[in-house]
Design a binder for this molecule. Structure first.
Ligand code: MCN
Ligand code: FES
Ligand code: FES
Length: 926
């Protein structure tokens, strides 16, 4: 230990520290200044940025022995407070720059360092600064962050007043459609909201620290687990194995279709008979400190018999592959699609047929800046309480209850941490909840488990790769008359929602076009690579990559412009979706109309700016996604007038960072303002099974539509019940005196639109009440010497219905586009040895994303959406990567069919070499 004098945020102090400890650990662990976050822990994300002696540094990579004596250190707490915001914090709130907010303290500290040096930076200088300081944001697409810095600098230079960064309430008091700031923004920009790791640090003494014993192989039989040495290690309270689990020790994968050959009970909480993938949890060490727990992990002895590991769908589909889950075939589900007439004769008759094989979109990693984290404890009633990043609290409680020997909602309750640092869908699966639950039950003590970033990457679900074969038959005018599709989904070892994901292929391959006749089938394949979990736009990026690439191939063969070919085929009245549903609005042609002038200008510019060294290109794609879980999807919301005149609105609209709080507040306020309620009088009670009813999971961009309608229903019941003859609302006392209830349960479900599941044999049905529509325009520059692709501009023409909150909507789209650029060009989790950090997985830094992101809204009101709103979250990630790859082809003639479009692949194409691809030997396993 060493004595270290420092000056933190103006306070001089002397600390006793381990010289090897990081500054981040000391700031957070010893000083409890938890505004500074730890994300990657490896100097790759900037979440831990602080200013030391005038320089922005990463505190996770600065050992205490390197901190100079009397160092002047500024953390986010020294920049501003909730009651006295710094200009940067005001601007961050104004621009919606804190979505999940986990990166916000690091960015704001970093930006403060910039403005201290350069009070008048140009936009590109701001971008250069964040690039140099490795500040990563996974939510915002970076543009709002640069907007915020520019505005803060203006305020600091006295060019604008603070009012310009505040919200100006319209005269009618209506916040719907405005940029009213989200309620959680101030907590996020000041670092005062507790994320899971902050919460864990503040747990009571005696809380056990958990570390996992994880499989280092991908497929093996477990012969024995010996914990005796580990249990003798200092500070170890207990090592939990499957034998300590009282319930079924399984997490149900909730089989959706009876045609699924599995039963859904294939995922162990703690491995018992087999290891199914790298990272699988085999035991949990529970100790007094994290260091003790970590040391003991090494001492658990696991004897394994190695089995062949099937690391891709083709490998697991091979006829000689053994069953990964004995008794269930590796190809365990088939979803056929049968629409209209038989396609074989139509293909014969078609003027032109185009087909391509094995389109592939790979294992995109979610890469939230915050790694996974969980706390569990027993409450005073003996019920198990679990706090986590879950985005499906009730759903997850039901999925893990039987495995733990508990009953959801009776003695098992889930809630979200106050701050959740992004999930992008991986938390649609329970991850660490059941593990912490098992440890709390086995020890009877509160427990805390915090993943490091390596675990986040290697042991949370990933986007499931699709292999797709696709064929279009068209007439000479470009109208597609028939489509044939065949796809295989590599879902990893666990079946969780695998059938549903396979159905997405039927729903979205070829979506956007009124193709009357379709035949095809999709297959779900069990493999030993990462388990498939939801990822934003779930199944559609894989689907559209095939259908939107083949559209360009067809256009070229026909000699028709790619945008015009889409216009010819775009949904028009009378057309139906691939699943035979009439679209609820027909705005695709309008979206193409608004993008057309931009497209033409982009083509001209590409031609003007292209050189042999740097070739420019332009590409387009159509993207669509449904808002909801398939078929009947409902939500419940409670609305209650309180004695003080405020209104409490309660539900689970789980926040990943998308803005659940502002969505709920705005939707409720639009009704409640009829009785004079102001936004600040609405008290949100969110995301706690103990306190709020089930709104359903925050997936499938469903919440604004499905929960939003339930909110409207609940609020209308309250307003109507309390309406007086003169039109004003009763007070609480008047209502009680008049015996009028003050609490209402708002409900809504897609049954109101006669939604149905898609048929197991034909995929025909009415799965969603409301869809989102978009047309993407990508402009790229290809370096012909290296094959490196730079996206210079992305434009999205979007129809997401009525705007609920403008800043939130814009932010969702910018962030989704950035993830699409990553998906197209760099992101991957294929190589278990290589893809093990944020940077190695290809996360886009600010200079990988163009500052030039443009959104054009064509917002058609939706009959089934609250106030006409559709959803938005997933639209921007449906098919931007297809537009980018079409642009690469347009620039240099290289056609990428398997993502990501890494420089070496593009370069191989430029040099006329074969671009390596993975192929499926078996196409129709049954
Ligand atoms: N909204 C709006 N106007 C509309 C539609 C929506 O202002 N016409 C707002 C809503 O009020 C809400 C947000 O946009 O604040 C997203 O709404 P919606 O599309 O209904 O999506 P959900 O609330 O169901 O959120 C889930 C969706 C999904 S499925 C993923 S995955 C996702 C996403 O949103 N993960 C995210 N966006 C994310 N954004 C961040 N920052 N982090 C994630 O992990
Ligand atoms: Fe320190 Fe990522 S750079 S946590
Ligand atoms: Fe930047 Fe979520 S707001 S990572």
């Amino acid at each position: 230990m060493i004595k270290k004098p420092v000056n933190i945020n103006g306070a001089k102090m002397k600390l006793v520290v381990d010289p090897e400890a990081t500054l981040a650990d000391v700031i957070r662990g010893q000083l409890h200044l938890t505004g500074t976050k730890t994300g990657c822990g490896k100097a790759q994300c900037g979440a831990c940025s602080v200013i030391m002696n005038g320089k922005v540094i990463m505190s996770c990579a600065t050992r205490m022995k390197r901190v100079p004596d009397d160092a002047l250190i500024t953390t986010i707490e020294g920049i501003g407070t909730p009651t006295s915001l710094h200009a940067l914090q005001m601007a961050w709130v104004k621009h919606g720059a804190a979505q999940c907010g986990f990166c916000a303290p690091g960015f704001i500290v970093s930006a403060k360092g910039l403005l201290d040096e350069n009070p008048n930076p140009a936009r590109e200088e701001v971008r250069d600064w964040f690039q140099k300081h490795r500040n990563v944001c996974r939510c915002t697409g970076y543009k709002p962050l640069v907007d915020a810095v520019m505005d803060a600098a203006r305020l600091m230079r006295g060019e604008i007043t603070a009012d310009a960064l505040g919200f100006i309430m319209p005269a009618d008091g209506k916040i719907l459609g405005t940029d009213y700031p989200r309620p959680s923004a101030i907590g996020k920009v000041t670092g005062t909201i507790d994320y899971g790791a902050d919460f864990g640090l503040k747990m009571p003494p005696g809380t056990l620290q958990l570390k996992l014993v994880q499989a280092q192989v991908s497929h093996a039989r477990i012969l024995s687990i010996d914990t005796s040495e580990a249990e003798k290690m200092p500070g170890v309270y207990k090592v939990v194995t499957n034998k300590d689990i009282k319930g079924k020790n399984r997490i149900t994968g909730l089989i959706t279709f009876p045609t699924n050959k599995g039963d859904g009970w294939d995922r162990p909480i703690l491995c018992d008979e087999k290891v199914f993938q790298f990272g699988d949890a085999i035991a949990i060490v529970c100790a007094d400190t994290e260091a003790h727990a970590r040391a003991a992990v090494e001492k658990v002895d696991v004897e394994l018999e190695m089995l062949p590991a099937y690391m891709s769908a083709p490998a697991a589909m091979a006829p000689d592959a053994i069953e990964i889950h004995p008794g269930t075939p590796n190809v365990y589900f088939k979803q056929p699609i049968v629409k209209g007439e038989d396609t074989a004769p139509l293909m014969e008759k078609a003027d032109l047929v185009v087909s391509m094989e094995d389109f592939y979109v790979g294992r995109q990693p979610h890469l939230p800046v915050e790694p996974d984290v969980v706390v569990a404890y027993h409450d005073e009633n003996g019920s198990l309480q679990i706090l986590s990043k879950s985005i499906g609290l009730d759903l997850h409680a039901h999925m893990i209850a039987e495995g733990l020997g508990l009953e959801a909602g009776k003695n098992l309750f889930l809630s979200q941490f106050p701050g959740v640092g992004g999930t992008f869908g991986y938390k649609f699966s329970p991850t660490t909840e059941a593990l912490a639950g098992a440890a709390a039950i086995a020890t009877g003590r509160p427990v805390f488990l915090n993943f490091d970033y390596y675990q986040q990457i290697t042991y949370t679900g990933k986007r499931s790769p699709f292999f797709i074969d696709l064929k279009y038959g068209a007439d000479k005018d470009g109208k597609i008359v028939a489509m044939e599709s065949n796809w295989a989904v590599d879902h990893g070892p666990y079946s969780e929602f695998g059938d549903l994901l396979t159905l997405r292929g039927a729903q979205f391959i070829g979506a956007g076009y009124g193709i009357p006749n379709i035949r095809g089938a999709g297959y779900t394949v069990c493999t030993n690579h990462a388990w498939g979990s939801a990822f934003r736009a779930y199944g559609s990026p894989q689907s559209f990559f095939a259908s939107e690439t083949l559209m360009d191939v067809l256009a070229e063969k026909l000699g028709i412009d790619p945008l015009e070919l889409r216009y010819i085929n775009a949904y028009r009245p009378g057309d139906t979706t691939p699943t035979g549903q009439g679209p609820e609005v027909y705005s695709l042609t309008q979206l193409i109309d608004v993008i057309r002038p931009k497209y033409k200008a982009a083509l001209d510019e590409a031609e003007r700016l292209s050189t042999p060294e740097k070739k420019r290109g332009v590409g387009v794609s159509v993207g669509i996604y449904g808002c909801g879980l398939d078929g009947v999807d409902g939500a419940e919301v409670w609305v209650e007038l309180l004695p003080d005149g405020n209104v409490r609105v309660s539900t689970s609209w789980q926040d990943h960072g998308q803005g659940a709080d502002i969505g709920l507040l705005t939707t409720a306020h639009e009704v409640l303002r009829q009785m004079g309620i102001k936004p600040e009088q609405i008290k949100l009670v969110m995301n706690d099974m103990n306190l709020a009813p089930n709104g359903g999971p925050s997936g499938g961009s469903r919440s604004q539509v499905v929960i939003g309608n339930a909110v409207v229903n609940g609020c209308e019941q309250l307003v109507n019940a309390l309406k007086k003859a003169d039109g004003t609302g009763m007070t609480y006392d008047e209502a009680v005196a008049g015996n009028i209830p003050v609490k209402y349960s708002g409900k809504w479900s897609t049954a109101a639109d006669n939604c149905t599941n898609c048929d197991a044999e034909t995929a025909q049905g009415r799965p969603f009440a409301v869809y989102m529509y978009g047309v993407f325009l990508a402009e790229v520059e290809v370096d012909t010497g290296t094959g490196k692709v730079q996206v210079v501009k992305m434009t999205l023409a979007a129809d997401v219905g009525k705007v609920i909150n403008k800043t939130t909507l814009d932010g969702q789209i910018y962030g989704g586009l950035a993830q699409g650029i990553g998906l197209a060009l760099s992101e991957n989790f294929e190589d278990l040895k290589k893809h093990t950090s944020m940077a190695a997985c290809g996360i886009p830094y600010i200079k990988d994303i163009p500052d030039n992101l443009e959104i054009i809204y064509v917002n058609t009101p939706r009959k089934m959406g609250p106030y006409g709103a559709s959803g938005v979250g997933e639209l921007p990630l449906t098919s931007p990567h297809a537009a980018i790859c079409n642009a690469i082809y347009n620039a240099c003639g290289v056609r990428i069919t398997q993502l990501p479009a890494l420089p070496e692949k593009v370069l191989a194409g430029l040099q006329g070499k074969e671009i390596p691809v993975v192929k499926r030997p078996v196409k129709n396993p049954y």
